[in-house]
Design a binder for this molecule. Sequence first.
Ligand code: SF4
Length: 327
Amino acid sequence: MSKQRVLSGIQPTGRLHLGNLIGAVENWVELQQSHDCYFFIADYHALTTSYADTKNLADDIRQAAIDLLSAGVAPEKAVLFRQSDVPEHAELHLLLSMLTPLAWLERVPTYKSKIEELKERDLGTYGFLGYPVLQAADILIYKASRVPVGEDQLPHLELTREIARRFNYLYKEIFPEPQAALTRFPALPGTDGRKMSKSYRNTIAISDTPDAIRKKVGIMVTDPERIKREDIGHPDVCPVYQYYKIFARDRREKAAKECREASRGCVDCKKELAQVLIEYLAPIHAAGRELEQEPKLLDNILKNGAERARAVASATLTQAKKAIGLA
Ligand code: SF4
């Protein structure tokens, strides 16, 4: 039986952080063992919000590739490529944009919330409104059957399914409707307790040095009701404890018990967590250092990935154009 095809991408907007690692990349590493995986660095998507400042884009793309590979994405198991190296994504996006009603895009819940979140940028653009159509093209061009997503991205996937249905109805049954593969972990809190996100500047990057990790964990918010060392704590509302549940499962019961009895202080609790994270990330750092010294290897991996991706993408695009009457 042929393997199910999986498609997923990540935007190159600075170094990957622990939220990306837990919410997406570790899932990719697992999926590549059993599925036909296409993973991409979504550089066109980065332009939808960062079009006005692209001076770091080339570097960010490179760093994203290094972070993904050092976190375990394996080019012999999955196709890893840069989105703009496969221009078929852009052409299918154009074709799909012709049949996507504006109202479908305006009702996507993240459209307004993201504009609010990034209000210092002008996101009243055609590209930003249309980015879910680009996402649909990313998925449909590979006829992916599964897409790893968090709960908050389910409306986007539903839109992709609607666009596929509309295309199939108007022209020809070409696109399968992709299913969600929900990620196991809920969003990881950042150092300020909100969802970890580069736009909130509350991230711990997977490439952060041990010192930077100690500093960032040291300023993390904790149980707001625990003011003094003698106060009993409530680990379930503490962001630091959320990390114990993910990164230090063998220590979490002890940490929770001692927190509730006030026999553990927050400073020590954070020091222990910082050490756990430093050890967790050590193999990723070592792999990253090796890749930094092999720029040609990195170029070749992305080039080979793009060639493999284009072979599939161009066949789908030809089918789609024929169905429309363009070929
Ligand atoms: S002891 Fe640990 S789990 Fe408890 S409130 Fe402090 S940081 Fe959070």
